[in-house]
Design a protein around this ligand. Structure first.
Ligand code: CMX
Length: 138
């Protein structure tokens, strides 16, 4: 694998509306997009600092992985996402290295990305995402 940068940091919050009061009014960042990912049962809000995004994640359903995370561990850092240039190759390489994958194949994520998650038990306690921007062709 050759990740090129940290693409975003995912932060689990109970309410995006409340969290944005901190991120925008206190930290001075700007939310440029909100998007609901039905498959993941989350609403997301994106802010950018330099090349790195902050992704706020609010559960839309009690069965959402983010709802379970907040229930168990409280609000806070949920995952770190690494940008990569060939997610299919990376997943094949991770499988060969016996890394525990949550997603064997890339799927659609928020903000026009193909994404896949590595299980936190295989990544020293950090839910780890790899992601690749979609082109117009895929
Ligand atoms: N970071 C670190 N550890 C985590 C974690 C997280 N985000 N989520 C769960 N864990 C830990 C739990 O604390 C638990 O550890 P212990 O066994 O030591 O108690 C272990 O992983 C298993 O957790 P669980 O509560 O039993 O939950 P599940 O196994 O049902 O699910 C996970 C955990 C990571 C597989 C699941 O949350 C998942 O598939 N996540 C990927 C999808 C996702 O998070 N989507 C939301 C964001 C989508 C987006 O950005 O678009």
């Amino acid at each position: 694998m050759k990740p090129t940068q940290i693409e975003h940091i995912g932060i689990a919050v109970r309410s995006i509306e409340d969290a944005l009061k901190f991120y925008e009014n206190v930290l001075g960042l700007r939310c440029y997009k909100t998007e609901t990912v039905d498959e993941q049962k989350v609403k997301t809000a994106f802010l950018k600092i330099g090349e790195v995004k902050i992704e706020l994640l609010e559960p839309t359903d009690n069965e959402s992985p983010v709802a379970k995370f907040i229930e168990k561990r409280g609000e806070g850092i949920h995952h770190i996402a690494y940008k990569t240039e060939n997610i299919e190759n990376d997943l094949a390489e991770l499988s060969v290295k016996n890394v525990r994958l949550i997603d064997e194949n890339p799927r659609d994520g928020a903000d026009n990305m193909k994404i896949a998650f590595i299980h936190p038990k295989s990544a020293f306690g950090v839910l780890t995402e790899i992601c690749q921007p979609k082109t117009n062709n895929n």
